[in-house]
Design a protein around this ligand. Structure first.
Ligand code: 7PM
Length: 261
């Protein structure tokens, strides 16, 4: 899964203006690098980020989803949103995957929408909300708590009519977690695989990798590759990353080495 952030700080001509064609070109490039899914997001979920209005998020996301499909992207288009109206418009425009970091808690109608459209979805764990989640994350056992949260959200999604085969689960690296919590989740990923759903991991360029390496956001590819390879070895099957080609190569070599003997 390639990350396509459609926010004014990602694709602009220097001002607040959003360059839709640059965003589309980047999404096509991610698919060209081998992304099976391109995740289009118009609301930053970075720690401390504020909310984006529905109209603004629609304005950012819908033309990009339309443009990717009109160009014949040949990858699944995912919408990264927790808003019902944005998900509906993106599905209308041809997206077939909903990545909701609130796991349908922000908009209760989301599960029914995904069910009705026969779309796929990712349900992610987050403690708290993006504004406050990194203040004082606390768990008795982070892996058990994340696993049981995801079990409950999958049950809720299935109860709403989503087929289990269309549900991916995600521990939500960095979403209300300390460096130690993130490392424990990575180490004990097989306990999350017990849920029987495909596992998505998103560690790409995240701040815990900066804490471990002393590197800035743009210099965390090697660390991202390390966590992605470890996650593959521990049962993950979807990797949400900025650097699709490099991570894909590392995963291809890892997979060939592990399974062919
Ligand atoms: C700053 C910090 C900016 C973190 C952006 C982020 C995930 C996600 C994000 C994830 C799923 C980023 C994150 N992370 N969706 N959205 N899983 N399913 O790296 O780990 O884009 S936002």
């Amino acid at each position: 899964m390639g990350i396509l952030n459609v926010t004014p700080d990602s694709f602009s001509d220097g001002g607040r203006y959003l360059d839709v064609s640059a965003a589309i070109a980047h999404g096509l490039a991610l698919a060209g690098e081998g992304a099976a899914i391109v995740d289009v997001g118009g609301e930053s979920t970075r720690p401390g980020a504020g909310a984006v209005a529905v109209a603004e998020e629609l304005r950012r996301v819908v033309p990009v989803v339309e443009g990717l499909l009109a160009a014949g992207i040949g990858a699944t288009v995912s919408v990264d949103t927790s808003k019902l109206e944005v998900a509906r418009a993106a599905l209308d425009a041809g997206a077939t995957f909903v990545n909701d970091v609130t796991a349908f808690r922000a908009a209760p109608g989301m599960a029914a929408l995904v069910a009705e459209r026969g779309a796929e979805c990712c349900l992610m764990h987050m403690q708290g909300d993006p504004r406050t989640m990194q203040r004082e994350p606390r768990y008795d056992d982070v892996v058990i708590e994340v696993r049981e949260f995801l079990r409950e959200r999958v049950a809720c999604a299935v109860a709403a009519g989503i087929e289990p085969e269309r549900i991916v689960v995600d521990p939500g690296f960095g979403f209300g977690k300390t460096v130690e919590h993130n490392l424990e989740l990575l180490e004990r990923l097989p306990e999350l695989a017990e849920l029987g759903q495909p596992l998505l991991v998103g560690t790409s360029r995240k701040s815990f990798l900066g804490a471990l390496t002393g590197r800035g956001e743009a210099e965390r590819l090697a660390a991202t590759i390390a966590t992605s390879v470890i996650a593959l070895l521990r049962g993950a099957s979807v990797f949400r990353v900025h650097d699709v080609a490099a991570v894909r190569d590392a995963l291809a070599v890892t997979a060939a080495t592990v399974s062919e003997r």
